[in-house]
Design a protein around this ligand. Sequence first.
Ligand SMILES: Nc1nc2c(ncn2[C@@H]2O[C@H](COP(=O)(O)OP(=O)(O)OP(=O)(O)O)[C@@H](O)[C@H]2O)c(=O)[nH]1
Length: 287
Amino acid sequence: MQEMRNGRMHFQPVSRDRVLSKFPKVTYSACLPASSEGKAGKCYTPQACLQMKNDWDSQTKAACKDRTTMHQGWDRLKMSKAVIVGDVNVGKTCLINRFCKDVFDRDYKATIGVDFEIERFEISGVPFSLQIWDTAGQEKFKCIASAYYRGAHMIIIVFDMADIKTLEHTRQWSEEAMSENEPGSCSIFLVGTKRDLLAPQERQRTERDAIKMANEMNAEFWSVSAKSGENVQELFFRMAALTFEDSVLKDMELGVTSTTIGGRDDIKSDIANLQEPASKPVKTNCC
Ligand SMILES: Nc1nc2c(ncn2[C@@H]2O[C@H](COP(=O)(O)OP(=O)(O)OP(=O)(O)O)[C@@H](O)[C@H]2O)c(=O)[nH]1
């Protein structure tokens, strides 16, 4: 992924479909009448989005362009942690698999505890990795999964658009995930899955309810389908872009010169916990 040559860090190129040069901006209202859907084309709604900018922050642009910053400041790979939570069976694993592997499995296989993927991007010319943590929705695994909420830069709360109860439960998922993190330290995305299962009018009703919920929890709302792939790549690109920019701005604020984002050693130890369960067991009281 990265190696030192002639005293400089060299990163292997990422695949072309993970290169992001333009800022992913607001282009679509989920509450448009069904008849106008498809005209505007995309994804998420100005009524519930984390920010409405059309371009990178000028400081981010300057930092990405600046060769000196590249050599002095980003000699290690920038990395952020996204944690995906939500009720059992809502489609968390399928969402990740659609983006990371471009596959969809119709059969349900419960996640046991946690699992994770690392996706590599190039954003505005800068190598960037996103750790995507998939957690189990089953109650019996909750205490294992919650041990991995800490240190998240992003919390993605998933619900099933065809099962409105799962939207009601998102408030509790949000509270639980945020209780492990400092207030204001992570961005929240509220994601409705299985968009393909709903008729247009039903979908609009659910989207309106979800927008209200997203506003309550200061989240950005997206409606996606892992089955068809609709909006999935756009969602992950948007998440990657927002967390990348956050990390660049935070690093500049802190005057960080040579570290992964915020010196997050907790991310590495999370992976160590996952890969070496025998040597570092997850402590739980409830399972
Ligand atoms: N039609 C449709 N079905 C979906 C979609 N996403 C997931 N499913 C189905 O929903 C079921 C559950 O999906 P998973 O991704 O395993 O659910 P999960 O949230 O990871 O479940 P846990 O691991 O138990 O927490 C599977 O049978 C999937 O095929 C979607 O976008 N559309």
